[in-house]
Each structure stands twice: as C-alpha cells, then as structure tokens.
Design a protein around this ligand. Structure first.
Ligand code: NAP
Length: 392
C-alpha cells in the first residue's frame, strides 16, 4: 500500500518522458526570451546610432575662423550632393603632416562612399555620412608638421593617401606619404596612390613571373592602366580586356593582345592564362577556371569600377567571395585582397615613373570647383585611366 502511494503520480511526480517535455519547453521559452532581448537591444542600438549619426554640416553652421575651399558632402546621393564651399582649415595633430594640396585624383571608392545604399549607410553613417570630406589620393607641398613627424619638413613635395584630398589643405599621417620624385608632376603623382598600389599589390598576390601569360580584365580604368604596365615591366605576356574604343590606349601602354569584351567573351576562348587580374568580376567561378592553367591564380581586385551599381555590384562582390571560398577545394586559386598603404610601394611606383618605365594615364583634369563634374564623369564607369583634380 505504502509502496503504491510512493510510486503514484502524487509523490514521485511525472513519468520521465513528461519531465523531458517540460524541460524542453523551459529551454524553448528561455531561448525565445533571449532572442527577444537581443532583438530589442539591437533595435535600440540601431535607433540610437541612427539619431546620433549627424555630421559637421549640422554642427558647424557658422563662418569658419580660418577658412579654406573644400569639397564636402552632407547627404548621401549622386555627384549633385557635392558642395564646393568654405570650411575650417585642418590643423595637424602630433603625428600628421599638413599638405597644401596641388592635385588630387578620384577613385571608384569616392563614387561608392557618397552613394545612398544600405551597405554604405552601415559603413559610413546610418542617417548621414559621418565624414563629410572626400578624396584620398593627394600630391602637394608640406605646409607644417606635427611634433612627432621626423621624415618631412615644410616645403617638401609629397604624394600619398589621406582623408579629404579634395581641398586646399589636407592632413595625412607620416606613414601615408612619400617624397614626390622631382621630374614627376603633381598631377601625375596624385594619380598614383590607390590605383597604383592596388595594381602592384594585386599582381604580387598573383605571384607573376617573367614569361607568364597574364590577362587583365578591366584594363583601361585607373587600376587597369597601372596593372597593364606593371605586368609588362615584369616581363609577362599581357592580354588586355577592354571595349573597342580603348584598343589604341592599351596597345600604347604595352598590351601584347587585346580582347574586345563587347564582341568576345574571354572565358570562351581556347587560350589559358597563368594569372587573371580581374577588375570587373563579371564571370562565374567556373567560367574563369576554364581559362586558367591548372595551377593558375585569379586575383579578384574589383567589381567593375565606379560604373557597377546596385544589385549588379552586390552580385559581383558576393561572386568574388564565393569564388575565393570554392577555390580552396581546387589547385587554381582565387585571391581576394585589400589594398594597404605602403610607403615602400609608393616609393617604388614613383621610381618606376621617374625612370620612365611607368606612365600614369590621365584622361581628364578638372578644377577643384568642378569636382562634381569630375565625379559625374567617373561614375559613368568608362574613365580611361585617371581623373585628376587640380588645386590652384
Ligand atoms: N581590392 C582593393 O582594395 C581595391 C582598391 C582600389 C580599387 N579597387 C577596385 O578596383 C576596381 C577598378 O577600379 P578602377 O579605379 O580602375 O575603376 P574605373 O577607373 O572606374 O575603371 C573601370 C574600368 O572597367 C572597365 N569595364 C567596365 N565594364 C567592363 C567589362 N564588362 N569588361 C571589361 N572591362 C570593363 C571600363 O572600361 P571600358 O570603358 O572599356 O568599359 C573602365 O575602364 C574597382 O571595382 C575598385 O573598387 C579595389
């Protein structure tokens, strides 16, 4: 009798399987609660980030105390959002160099940062662009240096990478600059940094060797024109992919063979390449593998320059990452890389130009006040070489 009451439901509780079910229910409740808390916190974080993301257009509405002319953008949009106006002249910190800008050049990146896209807003500011300065490639004269700067002094002629190059003055870190070679103009020097470094470092990723067959897709933009010439200077055999109107240009900078992408798809040819330097990323992993040698390398440099927009651009970026992932299962490698600032590489590019082995291709120059027109032109996606801004 006693035993019976102990073993009955009242004293010993539920059957083991009921225990399991109620345990599972508790875990599910806990997980649901945790997810709701995380979602609520994420929503609050986005809400706060959104309302706090203002920029200096909101903060500094008065007349600048020490004015200079500069290009800035207060909102996302097209080149129409660029304003040429008076802003406060920057003051270098202890590690910075103040440059009197003589020339700057535009890159596809400058077109990407001002665009109104959800990816852009996540990176550059949810509600408004946090940093309203534009331009990265700079060449000019050192005006002043911070107290920790040892390699430059006022009067030096320099070129390199900084924030806000589209201005009369800009501040750069010492490690972002190199001395401008004497017989290179400010316009030429300003055309080198990002495009030249991207070409040089990408070709290094491809480990190009003399005599190799190298195909450059997107050979006539800022990066492509440097890539063709650097590849040639390594003693490789260069095939350039471009549109009909650029045949003469790529031949003049050293391409051995030219493929017109408007008439022929290079991934359908019988030719095989040791290295593909891909500035466009408009072919699938399988298509590019087909024209790579068994141990070939495809360097994924970009997604077609300033002309690639919206879902096409996102598709190409995802295609690059997918190809990189899939290639870890094959002998043909797909390399993704991010251009790094390197003083050594800048000096090397400057020396190549000084020695006449590399010639920056500058298609157009615009005045600082016309920077919006310059960006409008680049944004069409068919610049031939670099678009340079001169600063009087
Ligand atoms: N990995 C990095 O860290 C890094 C750094 C800097 C830049 N990048 C990327 O490098 C890429 C190139 O930059 P960029 O400054 O050279 O751009 P760009 O000056 O705007 O040039 C784009 C070039 O692409 C060509 N092009 C467009 N569609 C093409 C197609 N279907 N087939 C072949 N060529 C085509 C155009 O030639 P046509 O006029 O003949 O069409 C144009 O010359 C960009 O996507 C940029 O984002 C990457």
């Amino acid at each position: 009798m006693r035993w019976k009451s102990f073993s009955s439901k009242g004293l010993l509780g539920s059957h083991p399987s009921e225990y399991k079910i109620s345990g599972l229910k508790r875990i599910l409740k806990w997980i649901t609660g945790a997810i709701l808390v995380v979602l609520l916190l994420a929503f609050m974080a986005v809400f706060i980030a959104y309302w706090r993301s203002s920029n200096d257009c909101d903060r500094n509405t008065g007349t600048p105390a020490n004015p200079m002319k500069a290009i800035r953008y207060c909102e996302y949009g097209s080149a129409d959002v660029l304003k040429f106006e008076d802003v406060e002249k920057p003051v270098p910190n202890d590690n910075q160099v103040l440059i009197k800008v003589r020339a700057a050049s535009l890159n596809a990146f400058d077109a990407y940062v001002i665009r109104d896209s959800w990816v852009g807003r996540l990176i550059f500011g949810l509600r408004k662009p946090r940093d309203t300065r534009l331009g990265q490639d700079v060449a000019g004269q050192v005006e002043a240096v911070g107290k920790n700067v040892t390699q430059f002094k006022p009067g030096d002629e320099v070129f390199g990478i900084c924030r806000g190059a589209l201005a009369e003055y800009a501040c750069a870190l010492e490690r972002g600059l190199a001395m401008k070679p004497p017989n290179v103009t400010f316009e030429q020097a300003a055309s080198i940094p990002l495009a030249g470094l991207t070409a040089l470092q990408g070709l290094r990723e491809g480990k190009i060797q003399p005599g190799q067959k190298v195909l450059i897709n997107g050979a006539t933009g800022g990066v492509g024109t440097f890539a063709v010439q650097i590849t040639k200077s390594f003693g490789a055999d260069v095939t350039a992919v471009c549109s009909t109107r650029n045949f003469d240009l790529v031949r003049s900078i050293g391409a051995d063979h030219v493929i017109d992408y408007t008439k022929e798809d290079f991934t359908k040819s019988h030719q095989r390449y040791d290295v593909i330097f891909d500035n466009v990323c408009n072919h699938s992993f399988a298509e590019r593998r087909r024209v790579l040698n068994p141990k070939g390398v495809c360097v994924v440099a970009g997604m077609g320059g300033a002309g690639a927009k919206g879902s096409e651009a996102i598709g190409r970026i995802l295609g690059g990452f997918t190809a990189r992932g899939l290639s870890s299962f094959t002998d043909q490698k797909f390399a993704l890389y991010r251009t790094k600032m390197s003083k050594q590489d800048l000096i090397m590019l400057g020396d190549l130009i000084q020695a006449g082995k590399l010639r920056p291709v500058i298609e157009r120059t615009y005045k600082l006040s016309d920077a919006a027109d310059a960006l409008r032109y680049l944004d069409k996606g068919h610049a031939r070489g670099k678009v340079v801004i001169t600063v009087e």
